[in-house]
Design a protein around this ligand. Structure first.
Ligand SMILES: [Zn+2]
Ligand SMILES: [Zn+2]
Length: 392
């Protein structure tokens, strides 16, 4: 039998995109599905033909081969272009077609809305696969205040949760899961092959239930048989004091639930730090720059400085140079893995006034003549201290 052109089969143009291909295939598959046309050989052939055409055209590489060489480009000498997971080329049989159909439209989160009993038509192949739910990652932004105190946060996570309709079983109401007849629930089957070296026993995953040990005659329509469905899940995250950007916590079993009640995945919570308008973080120390008046720097006195949880009266000794750093012990961020906390480092910057009254000018002019107001020509230790306090 000569094969029809794949584009013609699907009724799409040569330039059809992924969505056009998918919807064309879906329409044909629904129309010719064996469940809707029991015993009709022509429908079965059309169903197979559509599945095969779609299987090729949705794959960019195969589509390219086909566009260039036609069917000959695919029947591929050496088998390079063959189907993975399907029974060889040219032999796209009904169970291949059904399997492809289930994979594209049957599983995945209730996209299908099919209500036929695939299990029966399948014969050789189930479509469920029990696997642990996927891990999910979320990021949480924390302020320095939150990091310093530690905080409990409720976060909403979009994930795949247990399907209420079937309570996670994946089976339609009234259609319980049943033990797989092929493997008797073991999920594996033993085959014996005779070779010239003797008899070889092989254990392989059961094709019918794909290792689950159970089959569903009629899948739940809400979740397509997976037993899970998109929902918003609220998680309480207890964040210890002292975490840093990039640190993460693993919350066990708070990720996607597993297919058909298998183990849930984990939720990985990664922390980010939001910028603070007064403080910067250096390890577990908190650094802040404080402008002070020229007179306070010269005469000394008290300066009120903000801390992460209030304020602190800092003594400024007379003759304090601009750039000098003062340490307020224990006012930093708690160490994550040990006792104690970092410090707050306050760097004073002498602020030069921009606007002066005539009286200010008069006094300053007078002061400028005083020898105490002339900076040393080269005060190495002064410059060195400034550099150190800036970390350069
Ligand atoms: Zn369900
Ligand atoms: Zn089985």
């Amino acid at each position: 039998m000569d094969k029809r052109d794949y584009y013609e089969v699907l009724g799409v143009s040569k330039t059809a995109d992924e969505n056009e291909l998918k919807s064309a295939y879906r329409k044909l598959a629904m129309k010719y599905h064996p469940d809707r046309n029991p015993g009709d050989k022509t429908s079965e052939d059309s169903f197979k033909e559509a599945a095969e055409a779609y299987e090729i055209l949705k794959d960019q590489q195969k589509r390219q081969m086909y566009d260039q060489f036609g069917h000959a480009g695919l029947s591929g000498a050496g088998g390079g272009g063959g189907f993975e997971g399907f029974g060889g080329f040219g032999g796209f049989d009904l169970s291949d077609a059904l399997r492809a159909f289930m994979r594209d439209f049957g599983g995945g989160g209730g996209g299908g809305g099919f209500d036929f009993g695939f299990g029966d038509v399948f014969g050789g192949g189930g479509y469920e696969r029990r696997s642990r739910g996927e891990d999910l990652k979320i990021r949480i932004s924390l302020t320095l205040e939150e990091i310093t105190k530690g905080i409990e946060k409720k976060v909403k996570v979009a994930r795949l949760g247990t399907c209420d309709e079937c309570n996670g079983s994946g089976a339609a109401p009234g259609h319980a899961r049943s033990t797989c007849p092929d493997c008797k629930g073991h999920g594996q089957v033993r085959t014996i092959s005779k070779t010239f070296l003797g008899t070889v026993q092989q254990v392989r995953t059961c094709q019918r239930c794909r290792g689950a040990g159970e089959i569903i005659a009629k899948p739940c329509t809400a979740c397509g048989g997976e037993g899970r469905i998109r929902d918003m899940h609220t998680v309480n995250v207890k964040i210890p004091a002292g975490v840093s950007a990039g640190n993460y916590m693993t919350l066990e079993s708070q990720g996607n639930v597993g297919i058909n009640r298998s183990q849930s995945g984990n939720l990985i919570v990664i922390f980010d730090e939001t910028e603070h308008d007064q403080f910067t973080r250096q390890g577990d120390n908190i650094v802040c720059q404080m402008p002070i008046s020229f007179t306070l720097a010269a005469l000394g006195g008290e300066l009120s400085v903000p801390t992460i949880d209030g304020s602190h009266k800092l003594k400024i000794p007379s003759g304090s140079q601009s750039g000098r750093v003062f340490k307020i012990k224990g006012k930093g961020i708690p160490h994550l893995n040990s006792y104690g906390s970092g410090d707050e480092l306050v760097q004073i910057m002498v602020w030069t006034p921009g606007k002066l009254s005539s009286e200010d000018k008069r006094i300053l002019n007078q002061l400028s003549k005083s020898p105490s107001f002339v900076p040393p020509k080269s005060d190495k230790s002064f410059i060195q201290k400034l550099k150190e306090s800036l970390g350069i």
